[in-house]
Design a protein around this ligand. Sequence first.
Ligand code: IPD
Ligand code: CA
Ligand code: CA
Ligand code: CA
Length: 285
Amino acid sequence: KGTMPDLWQDAMDHAVTMARKAGEIVRDALQNDLKIMCKSSSVDLVTKTDQNVEQLIITSVKERFPEHSFIGEESVAAGEPCVLTENPTWIVDPVDGTTNFVHGYPFVAISIGFAVNKMLEFGVVYSCIEDKMYTARKGKGAFCNGQPLQVSDQKEINQSIIATEFGSNRDPDAVEKIFSSMRKILCLPVHGIRGVGSAAINMCLVASGCVEAYYEIGIHCWDVAAAAVIVSEAGGVLMDVEGGPMDLMSRRVLAANNNIIGERLVKEIEAFSAVRDDAPVNPIK
Ligand code: IPD
Ligand code: CA
Ligand code: CA
Ligand code: CA
């Protein structure tokens, strides 16, 4: 062990610095004309800012930690499998909530997760328009702007707020299935269903205790890697939407304040798992 924890602390400090720098770039870009492009469809957007921020982060990681590996949304080639190895790996979403960014809807995050031996070591999510820096290191708690975070202690689903997202799949059957899961959850009834348009921020809201759970099928590892550490260090749980532990590479996530709420949701989501079939490039287990 010896010097290793220090090394990761160094990497984490670097991640926070980069997230802040990236956040400034994103905020500045909001004032300018954005160059908006489409990826897989007309609702799957990317901007020059997404690409530039990712490039900036890759370059500085390569410079500072030349042996480390890197997975980033805008540098994984379309349709290519993205593989997580044992090597220390930075898992980065340069702009989480690109659609929000394009519209000036104020929930946009820079998400930087870090895994060693396929285990997440730390996560940094910077909600840059709100100026909220969420950080967590394995075993050391979760924080927002330095204040400790704690999940909600709610155990009743019908006293809960649940977050989810529609993603960018507009296939009517897939959309129908998302609605059917939401209809079931809404009618439990829950207090409300929310979704801020950023997977990472939804999860940070679970960590903060104002949302009991968040689930989504179709997400990628870069959407959730950093926030997963923040949720678990705030006392929450990460599960697969069908129950059991979360697999970071499975493109599905359920983050909950506790197992009771998590398991309760698994029952309701059952009907729609394996649905968000927007070309999953990684095997769904
Ligand atoms: C998206 C956002 C959105 C979620 C999608 C993600 P992006 O990330 O997190 O909330 O519903 O599944 O792809 O493309 O804006 O980085
Ligand atoms: Ca995207
Ligand atoms: Ca994302
Ligand atoms: Ca993104």
